[in-house]
Design a protein around this ligand. Structure first.
Ligand SMILES: O=C(O)[C@H]1O[C@H](OP(=O)(O)OP(=O)(O)OC[C@H]2O[C@@H](n3ccc(=O)[nH]c3=O)[C@H](O)[C@@H]2O)[C@H](O)[C@@H](O)[C@@H]1O
Length: 441
């Protein structure tokens, strides 16, 4: 039998499986057909197997299969993103809806400041896309509730790590962001002794990754990012001015924020990126961070648990320039609005670009004991106080912002005192944690 005859015979095989009847009088063809069919089966099952492997390794759902007890494992988390539906959501969220509106990528959008800034930008018609890793540094359900809140205003939060260059590049491919509000960071002063690696991962490696992607983007966005009042470290001259030295940090957290400011200088110098660092002073308010004292003091006072109040040597007062979230949001938006364009393109500098640092504080430091007094009045519960010596874990004795530079260049003018701001926080706290939580989420 010639090859063409054989093939023409094979053409007769019905396409419906199971209906084919073998002609037993032709053993050679029989064997050949059996061989062909096992080949096809083998190919079929190999494809299925490879598909499964692909699904397991490359398309795993955005859940964390790793034990969260080891914080360093957090970095190994995988996220799922991509696809036409995802791209459509990204585009729609970032679409500018007002004349001369900005198109802003907000990193850390499910965080405290990130949520408030994203929602304020969206409200005035700017395009906003969020990015957040939803890590478990503090209760992720609070981050999810903030996400739900933002979703209702039309802000989509992409789940991913700022260290993922492929993801960041993809976002810039889909949207030509005019601005990046970089708020994703490992926050908290005292936690740096527990998990130093997370500060390097987010505040240094993550920042560099964001800047690398921004510098290669075309057009380059202008970047506003969160530095911290903690860069003033052990300084004793008050109020803290942007002109003061910032070379004696008291915590690794502060050191990574200071490093961030130097890194910003480098990217501005080499690549012409427009960069504005905002030194936030102990920001508080509704939807705040549970790792901050005003937040867990509230929780513990309500539970009847003893709270530790730090004092400095010789009964010295420990005080903070507590700043209300709405004032901070105004400062952030003003920083975005006054940011000049980056001057480089495609990774090449074309001329000098703007480089700024501003204090965003309240200018009236309040002793921590007074914070507790206010909370007691608002909660109508007496706190069980344990006064203890300020531990050597990164805390500084006081902070106090000089805001004249922000006032001059950003029109920044805080208007909320601690009493008023805490009242709003407590109202939110009580409604969120007493059944209101579900409604909020
Ligand atoms: O301004 C900033 O740059 C920083 O503000 C806060 O850091 P911190 O001011 O230390 O805020 P809290 O941790 O809420 O502490 C507030 C005050 O309460 C005191 N405290 C804290 C914890 C405690 O158990 N007892 C206590 O008296 C602290 O010493 C501090 O004076 C944030 O946690 C940082 O992420 C941020 O960068």
């Amino acid at each position: 039998m010639s090859k063409s005859q054989m093939l023409s015979h094979l053409d007769d095989i019905p396409s419906t499986p199971g209906k084919f009847k073998m002609d037993k009088s032709q053993p050679y063809i029989h064997r050949l057909l059996r061989f062909q069919s096992s080949l096809a089966k083998l190919a079929f099952w190999s494809l299925i197997f490879m598909g499964l492997i692909f699904l397991i390794f490359f398309r795993s759902p955005p859940s964390n299969p790793l034990p969260s007890s080891d914080p360093s494992r957090r970095f190994l988390r995988t996220y799922s993103w991509g696809g036409p539906t995802w791209e459509k959501r990204v585009r729609s969220s970032a679409r500018v809806r007002s004349r001369n509106g900005l198109s802003v990528l907000v990193t850390g959008a499910a965080g405290f400041v990130g949520t408030h800034v994203s929602s304020a930008l969206k409200r005035r018609g700017d395009g906003v896309l969020g990015l957040d890793s939803f890590n478990d540094y503090y209760d992720p359900s609070l981050k999810r509730a903030r996400q739900a809140l933002l979703e209702r205003t039309g802000v989509f939060i992409v789940e991913g790590d700022i260290n993922d260059a492929t993801l960041l590049r993809k976002l810039f491919e889909v949207v030509a962001f005019t601005h990046v509000m970089h708020l994703a960071a490992q926050a908290g002063v005292r936690y740096a002794m527990e998990n130093p690696g997370s500060y390097v991962h987010s505040n240094i490696a993550g920042l560099v990754n964001v800047l690398e992607v921004c510098k290669s983007a075309n057009p380059q966005p202008a970047i506003v990012w969160a530095s911290s009042s903690s860069v003033y470290g052990l300084n004793t001259k008050v109020p803290f001015s942007e002109k003061d030295r910032t070379d004696q940090p008291a915590s690794l957290y502060a050191a990574t924020k200071k490093a961030g400011e130097e890194i910003a200088h480098t990217y501005n110098h080499i690549y012409g990126l427009s960069l504005t660092g905002l030194r936030f002073f102990t920001v508080y308010g509704p939807w705040g961070r549970p790792d901050m004292a005003y937040f867990f003091f509230t929780r513990d006072i309500l539970k009847g648990k003893t709270i530790s109040i730090f004092e400095a040597a010789n009964h010295g007062t420990v005080a903070r320039d507590f700043t209300y979230i709405d004032d901070i949001v105004k400062g952030c938006l003003a920083a975005l609005d006054t940011a000049e364009k980056s001057t480089g393109s495609g990774g090449k500098k074309k001329g000098p670009a703007q480089l700024r640092v501003f204090n965003l504080g309240n200018t009236s430091p309040v002793p921590v004991t007074d914070l507790v007094n206010i909370l007691e009045r608002l909660l109508k519960v007496k706190a069980k106080r344990n006064i203890m010596k300020l531990p050597r874990n990164g805390d500084v004795q006081f902070t106090h912002a000089n805001i004249s530079l922000a006032q001059r260049d950003l029109g920044y003018k805080p208007t909320t005192d601690l009493q008023t701001g805490l009242k709003k926080f407590v109202r939110w706290y009580l409604s969120y944690y007493s059944g209101g939580k579900k409604a909020a989420g």
